[in-house]
Design a protein around this ligand. Structure first.
Ligand SMILES: NC(=O)c1ccc[n+]([C@@H]2O[C@H](COP(=O)([O-])OP(=O)(O)OC[C@H]3O[C@@H](n4cnc5c(N)ncnc54)[C@H](O)[C@@H]3O)[C@@H](O)[C@H]2O)c1
Length: 250
């Protein structure tokens, strides 16, 4: 595997994506920590610097906007060089509502950040990866894409299901360029966003629905991302990898 790879992690400011940043920076990669909220990205970079393991830089970007994504990818290229690995983990969400109560604005925001953003970030890095002999792209879906979301709304189920299609389409089109594209579908993971979007009662009830009987830790999901970007995953493309404690078995 190439040393000091350039890795872009969208949503890198906190939660699972921040754990992904820490994994890659610890292996010597140069990691672009991309977030809508610059302070979150900077906070994650500070943690990397404090750990003394690896390199990371913060970049502000709204993955829903092509202008913003293009600017971010240009800034990362200027700072570190072209991306070898893209991890599309950014996404927003709202508290659960029934579909007929969901507003158009909620639909657009969640679909654009979780699905359109994946397309835009891939679109922006693919030319560099084609020119450089290959790359790895890991797109975040969710167990919601394998069935339906229970804690989040219809817009989240739709967006994450769309990610599976984007991944397969890209995997087929860009295999000839040695660009491997996969989806990771995590199950419930114990991060701030889960506490923010669920009642205390629901938060406590979720582990009872998981065969392994507990939430994932963010680093357990980050380990799968690291694997998908490694030499060991060199024949995997277009796949959906479930890391969900057995909550959905397909
Ligand atoms: N936590 C879980 O249980 C769980 C389960 C399945 C899938 N996922 C997926 O994993 C990924 C990470 O989720 P999480 O819960 O760890 O963290 P999170 O959702 O709290 O954080 C992700 C980061 O994305 C950023 N973000 C939101 N909208 C953005 C935008 N438009 N542009 C750029 N950045 C934006 C946020 O500021 C945040 O720092 C998401 O794609 C999520 O859907 C999470």
């Amino acid at each position: 595997m190439k040393q000091n790879r350039v890795v872009i992690v969208t949503g890198g400011g906190r939660g699972i994506p921040a754990a992904v940043v820490k994994r890659f920076s610890a292996e010597g990669a140069r990691v672009a920590v991309v977030d809508l909220l610059l302070e979150r990205a900077q906070d994650c970079v500070q943690q990397v610097n404090a750990s003394g393991k690896g390199q990371a830089k913060a970049f502000q970007c709204d993955v829903r906007s092509w202008d913003s994504v293009q600017r971010m990818v240009n800034d990362v290229r200027a700072a570190y060089g072209p991306a070898d690995v893209l991890v599309n983990a950014a996404g927003s969400y709202f508290q659960y509502k029934l579909p007929h109560e969901t507003t158009e604005e909620e639909w657009d925001s969640v679909v654009d950040s979780n699905m359109k953003g994946v397309f835009l970030c891939c679109k922006a890095v693919l030319p560099d990866m084609m020119a450089n002999g290959g790359g790895r792209i890991i797109n975040f879906a969710s167990n919601a894409a394998r069935s339906v979301a229970t804690a989040l709304g219809i817009e989240y189920t739709a967006a994450k299901t769309g990610v599976l299609g984007i991944t397969r389409h890209l995997a087929k089109e860009y295999a000839k360029y040695n660009i491997l594209v996969n989806t990771l579908a995590p199950g419930p993971t114990d991060v701030d966003r889960v506490k923010e979007t669920t009642s205390d009662e629901f938060y406590a009830a979720i582990p009872k629905t998981i065969p392994l009987g507990r939430y994932a830790q963010a680093d357990e999901i980050a380990a799968v991302v690291e694997f998908l970007a490694s030499d060991g995953a060199s024949f995997i493309t277009g796949a959906t990898i479930d890391a969900n404690g057995g909550i959905i078995m397909v």
